[in-house]
Ligand binder design. Structure first.
Ligand code: SF4
Ligand code: SF4
Length: 394
């Protein structure tokens, strides 16, 4: 196992993401999960990342039980404050005390503010809840060893977060892979974090599995260059060449996936320039995106004041594969700024140098959103489950 140095401690470069444990009858299969966690520990993985709402709130409990069978100093446990979800009460103390209890620990090695983004920013900056101050205090008290945050925000807000709270936040978890490098502006986010000297934890290295299964002709090209390597390993090799990346999280559901990833993370095999070029070529074909250059000429013409390039970016993103990032972003918009507000007047098209059929793109985006899960709805369901669980724990 390759290890990263973080403030003098050794963290396995491969971290165990705990939102995709094996299930049986809709519940976590504890027996199988315990086997996976034991195997991970025996083979050098020492970082386990859970979250308040993973597996409807049961991931923290099962992970805590599994790790309690091992020495407390043989692993690092990380979880997150769910300020990005819709709750009526965001009292950080309420969540933190509950999480310690659920995980069966008296301190967290790593604790993250979950998904600071455009929609959750009001929660994280609220004077009423005092979220960052509270967790900074817990860190001073030794109940959190390292405080960080995960982030799906646009680069502009990421920079604002770092300006405002950077002194308290030691590391940042972002969605980073060779597809989102340009699709979700991850390159810009990486560069900002490097500039602010914040080590990077990576989530969704395979984009929910999308990058582990490519088209046969794409896989053949990769296999021709590295016959013995899995398709998924290319994503990990791409990440290994970024020195700012310290931990790569992977949600491993099967023993086979766990063993394969451990094997990949036993060595560093940097990609050549030609291999990188091939990955970027594959990324471009995966996007098959609307070629908006974000010049904003169209915006000046739109009588509805729609942020057209932002909506096109969301369309491109959802078109590759459903992802919560654009869904959450659109949920933050008022009704008269959503794609459904387009009246099809066509004024934007006349201004667009790329000749993009903007009303058609917005119509298609609207259709996709109608059949996609809503972030608000998902959050409400999670809040309901959380309230039930809290009652059960009391
Ligand atoms: S077609 Fe839609 S997006 Fe374009 S200018 Fe008219 S209202 Fe705005
Ligand atoms: S004018 Fe065309 S290329 Fe420019 S931002 Fe609008 S849609 Fe994109």
């Amino acid at each position: 196992m390759i290890y990263s140095d973080f403030n003098g401690i050794k963290i396995s470069s491969l971290g165990y993401g705990c939102m995709r444990f094996p299930e049986i009858d809709g519940m976590i299969n504890k027996e199988e999960t315990f086997k996976l966690i034991d195997y991970a520990l025996e083979n050098g993985i020492n970082y386990f990342d859970t979250g308040y709402s993973y597996h409807s709130g049961t991931s923290e409990i099962v992970l805590g039980e599994a790790l309690a069978r091992h020495k407390r100093d043989s692993y690092f446990i990380a979880t997150k404050y769910p300020g990005h979800q819709l709750f009526r009460n965001y009292d950080p103390k309420l969540f933190f005390e509950e999480q310690l209890k659920k995980c069966g620990v008296d301190f967290f090695d790593f604790y993250l503010l979950h998904n600071i983004c455009e929609s959750s920013w009001p929660v994280y900056t609220s004077e009423k809840w005092g979220v960052v101050d509270y967790f900074a205090e817990q860190k001073r008290a030794g109940r959190i060893k390292h405080l960080g945050f995960s982030c799906h925000a646009e680069p502009e807000l990421l920079e604002e977060i770092l300006e405002r709270y950077g002194e308290h936040l030691e590391f940042c978890q972002i969605q980073f892979n060779y597809l989102d490098y340009t699709l979700q502006r991850a390159k810009e986010k990486y560069e900002i974090l490097q500039r602010y000297n914040k080590p990077i934890w990576v989530m969704e290295p395979l984009r929910g599995g999308k990058l582990a299964r490519l088209l046969p002709e794409q896989e053949n090209k990769l296999k021709a260059l590295r016959p013995d390597d899995s398709i998924a390993s290319w994503s990990f090799r791409w990440l290994q060449q970024h020195s700012g990346v310290k931990v790569v999280l992977s949600g491993m559901t099967t023993m086979e996936a766990l063993q394969e990833n451990i094997n990949t993370f036993s060595t560093e095999k940097p990609l050549s320039d030609d291999e990188n070029a091939l990955l970027y070529e594959i990324a471009e074909s995966l996007k098959s995106s609307v070629p908006c250059t974000k010049c904003r000429y169209c915006c000046a013409e739109c009588p509805k004041g729609l942020n057209i390039p932002m909506l096109i970016q969301a369309y491109n993103d959802i078109n590759v594969q459903f992802s919560w990032t654009p869904a959450m972003m659109i949920d933050t918009l008022p009704d008269d700024k959503r794609p459904s507000a387009c009246i099809g007047c066509g004024r934007c098209m006349r201004a667009c140098p790329q000749k993009i059929k903007i009303p058609e793109v917005l119509r298609k985006l609207n259709e996709k959103l109608k059949v996609s899960p809503s972030w608000m709805q998902a959050s409400r369901e999670r809040e309901h489950i959380a309230e039930e669980m809290r009652t059960h724990l009391e």
